[in-house]
Write a protein that binds this ligand. Structure first.
Ligand code: AR6
Length: 176
């Protein structure tokens, strides 16, 4: 089972370089690409990824969809649509939790053992970082306790600041 802590890794790394069973994409509801991590994933995966995404006809906020990874070192991409931050009173926290739960549910259905997440909604969608990392770590602990197939969850952070925040959240020392 593990203690839910030893199987979490925090790394400052470009998520598109990770050879895991699935990397998670912080997409928009069209699933047809965009900027940020979404743009980086589509560039690295190649046009076949967009072609498969077109067949999915979008994805509502808080849900997730699985595709192949094509030219990525990761075997699959789990596309999830985080909430746009609107001040906190528009159900943002529940929607962000729902993203993580939907990703872990797909991982369980498909027997995936290693996953990597970006900081969903923490870029152009404007979610406060400390609140988002708390959700990410809490939902990951739940999934690791429930899914014995899940071996490792990586949080791929783009900045040193985000890396340090995840480390503090994991250690339980962040003030937020
Ligand atoms: N590897 C890891 N993290 C990354 C990478 C990367 N290669 N590139 C960016 N990040 P964002 P959102 C970090 O804006 O807020 C897109 O246009 C970034 O620093 O990518 O959920 C979609 O199409 C930040 O911490 O996603 C949607 O329209 C985090 O990834 C919209 O943006 C997420 O930032 C989604 O916005």
């Amino acid at each position: 089972m593990g203690d839910g802590r030893t199987r979490i890794e925090i790394r400052q790394v470009d998520i598109t370089t990770l050879a895991v069973d699935a990397i998670v994409n912080a997409a928009n509801s069209s699933l047809l690409g965009g900027g940020g991590v979404d743009g980086a994933i589509h560039r690295a995966a190649g046009p076949e990824l967009l072609a498969e995404c077109r067949t999915l006809h979008g994805c509502p906020t808080g849900q997730a969809r699985l595709t192949r990874g094509y030219r990525l070192p990761a075997r699959h991409v789990i596309h999830t649509v985080g909430p746009v931050w609107r001040g906190g009173g528009a159900g943002e926290e529940e929607l962000l939790r729902s993203c993580y739960r939907a990703c872990f549910a797909l991982a369980r259905q498909h027997g995936l053992a290693t996953l990597a997440f970006p900081a969903i909604s923490c870029g152009v969608y404007g979610y406060p970082w400390a609140a988002a990392t708390a959700v990410a770590i809490a939902e990951t602990r739940v999934a690791l306790a429930q899914d014995d197939t899940l071996e490792k969850v990586v949080f791929a952070c783009f900045s040193a600041e985000m890396t340090a925040l995840y480390q503090r959240t994991l250690a339980g020392t962040d003030a937020a």
